[in-house]
Design a binder for this molecule. Sequence first.
Ligand code: C5P
Length: 216
Amino acid sequence: MHGKTILITAGPTYEKIDPVRFIGNYSSGKMGYALAAEAARRGAKVVLVSGPVALPTPEGDIERIDVESAAEMYEATTSRFPEADAAILCAAVADFTPDHTATTKIKRGDDGMVLHLVPTRDIAAALGGMKRDGQTLVGFALETDNELSNALGKMERKRLDMIVLNSLQDPGAGFRTDTNKVTIITHRSQTALALQSKASCACHIVDALASLIHNS
Ligand code: C5P
């Protein structure tokens, strides 16, 4: 992967409700960081756009850009995509964000409260729209039901060249664990891998990406 620039998103996003509260998710960033480590190990220059995680930056030629919200991740990622040969979108981006962030801490009250949420922008779909010949786009799908058909639908809608499906139904797979069980789907093949470390999953995913880049 010498001479290639790989853009990777990782981790969760935090959507601010007030100065001390946010809407987030359980993503640890481990899968995205394992991908960054593997791509760098193979000689790529990595631009790692990271949501809030408790992980050190892996060794190698990795430029890490820390962001918090889906909007910040969108800005960082869309601005750096033109220079990339490929992007791997591994972040668990919030689908909704509060339409308004309170400037002071919201106080306890006797009544219930309603938070009004608005949709965030889909980074993967935006990159799919910007993608030029020779750029390769990889997404992830974490599904709880109709896994394969949902993943294939996302691949079409977001103009992805490859999608990595992980199921929440598999023990040891998904958020926060050090292991994952993934199916790598391209337009030509579907490869279901056994449960293994995220580092080892990253090796298979980067292999599949390298052959797509090589053939593009
Ligand atoms: O539609 P869904 O969120 O399940 O799609 C998952 C894929 O899309 C992942 O690759 C994820 O990183 C990406 N995504 C994104 N921006 C969003 C939502 C999802 O890049 N706002």
